[in-house]
Design a protein around this ligand. Structure first.
Ligand SMILES: [Fe+2]
Length: 309
């Protein structure tokens, strides 16, 4: 049945938690979707414009040089929500990575495995233009302006792919564990360790460079308040990363991070991912410290039913 076209005033747009298109896709069980670009409202574009404009000087001041190069090579329009196909046209030739639109939460194995395949599950909704500061859900500003510029860097991209491969290793290892209870305990622990590693590097990582500490974590790169706080605030604890610490360290997502870890380079990061996998194989991730983040049923099932082709 044809529905009457919505007037501009009531156009729902693709606003975080308020997008009927996304709700429908979720009801239909569609994880991967296309980006229905015509659905973005003027308010959505305004939100992008405001977010981008106010972040620009902060990126110049706090972001690591690989990110700044990446922002340049993607040719993002500061005034309009990006089209994923445009972003991918610039991104693919650089590292083979592409942004792939999703309808929402992706279970852990599928998310990590997408990285192995150089596909980045990308949220297409955007936060409301009157709520620019904090939202618990990822949005297209976080995913495209925070994550994707890093994917233009060859060394960073290789570290991310290597991390995705660890999910395969985990699924294989866990499939060989006898006894359901032991298997579930180990799997929960390994997913927790991987999620913590991802959080303290890819999302909230700092890097030491020639002109001091800079940000490479996407959670910081997409947060106007926290990017400055991460570098400037005296109460933030900043330490050289130690793998054994990061995988055992709980975190909360709903406030500025009190503890951040520093890497020396993306070569260093790549080496840490190698070490993570070696520890996984040695059973050292089977019993990490309890606490956040939680691991849900969907995450567990995604590993237990992983296709390991
Ligand atoms: Fe993220």
């Amino acid at each position: 049945m044809n529905r009457p076209a919505a007037s501009i005033a009531t156009q729902p747009g693709l606003t975080t938690t308020e997008a009927p298109f996304i709700e429908q896709a979720q009801r239909d069980g569609q994880l991967y979707i296309t980006q229905p670009y015509e659905l973005y409202s003027e308010e959505n574009h305004q939100a992008w414009q405001k977010l981008y404009q106010r972040m620009l000087p902060r990126w110049q001041r706090y972001a690591n040089p690989h990110f700044l190069e990446g922002i340049g090579s993607l040719c993002l329009d500061p005034n309009r929500v990006p089209r994923l196909e445009d972003v991918n046209r610039f991104l693919r030739p650089l590292t083979g990575f592409e942004a792939k639109a999703v309808s929402g939460y992706i279970p852990a194995f599928l998310f990590f495995d997408s990285l192995r395949n150089r596909q980045f599950p990308t949220t297409i909704t955007i936060r409301r233009s009157d709520q620019l500061d904090y939202l618990p859900e990822p949005d297209i500003f976080h995913d495209i302006a925070g994550h994707v510029p890093m994917h233009t860097d060859k060394l960073f991209a290789e570290a991310l792919v290597r991390f995705g491969e660890c999910a395969h290793t985990a699924a294989e290892l866990v499939s060989g564990i006898r006894g359901r209870e032991t298997q579930m305990h180990c799997l929960t622990s390994i997913i927790k360790a991987m999620a913590r590693f991802f959080w303290f590097t890819i999302e909230f990582g700092l890097m030491r460079g020639a002109d001091g500490l800079k940000v490479y974590g996407s959670g910081l790169l997409s947060s106007y308040g926290e990017i400055a706080h991460a570098i400037e605030a005296p109460e933030v604890q900043r330490f050289p990363i130690q793998l054994e610490w990061a995988i055992n360290q709980a975190f909360k997502i709903d406030h500025y991070q009190p503890l951040l870890f520093i890497v020396d380079s993306f070569d260093h990061l790549f080496g840490l991912v190698d070490q993570l996998e070696a520890w996984m194989k040695a059973g050292k991730l089977n019993n990490v410290a309890p606490g956040e983040p939680g691991v849900n049923e969907e995450d567990l099932k995604s590993f237990l039913h992983a296709e390991l082709g």
